[in-house]
Design a protein around this ligand. Sequence first.
Ligand SMILES: [Zn+2]
Length: 218
Amino acid sequence: MASSLNLTHAQELAAAVRFLHGRSWAPATSSNYSIREVGQSDFFISQSGVDKGSFEEKHLVPVDAHGAPINDTRRPSAETLLHCLIYRRRPEVHCVLHTHTVVNTALSYAEAERGKIVLAGFELNKALPGISTHESVVKIPVFANSQDIGTLAEEIGRYWDLHPDMQGFLLAGHGLYTWGVSVAEAKRHVEVLEFLFETLLTLRRYGFPYIPPLNAIA
Ligand SMILES: [Zn+2]
């Protein structure tokens, strides 16, 4: 028996997906999105193959905590296991957003070897949970992309063991995963991280120095 999804929450997520598509952050049928109601382990994830510009609440597929569709023959996103990982690790999370943008694709590709993006000294760091000053360091890990999502989820889980405050992660040359306690919060995290990623690329493009504090390098 599938858990139920509040219609308002489903509509809120669908509107967010169309917003992300409108920003060119979710091209064509790529990227994926999910939502979970409070107290439930099942969740609802975007159906594979739907253009995100015309995404509606009817395109959400119910799946269990292991990513298996519940009474539904439609195919959920190929990356459902990453959503399962996030919901399992963070009980307070109720929305996961995964975007494919030019900026997050380029920056993660460029930093694949280094394995992380360091965000330090930016006012907008404060828009992330638990951060109250620009004098903060946010590290977004970059994992090698893979089509073996199960193994990738295990690798990210091992990183999470060591970094329980992770706010999002990048897959190299692929895209960003972030989340929130609500659709609104998850959407804010996407906007903030995209803004900061674009800022980093802009500094590089013009050859301006960007020197994070020493404690950000490790
Ligand atoms: Zn993807």
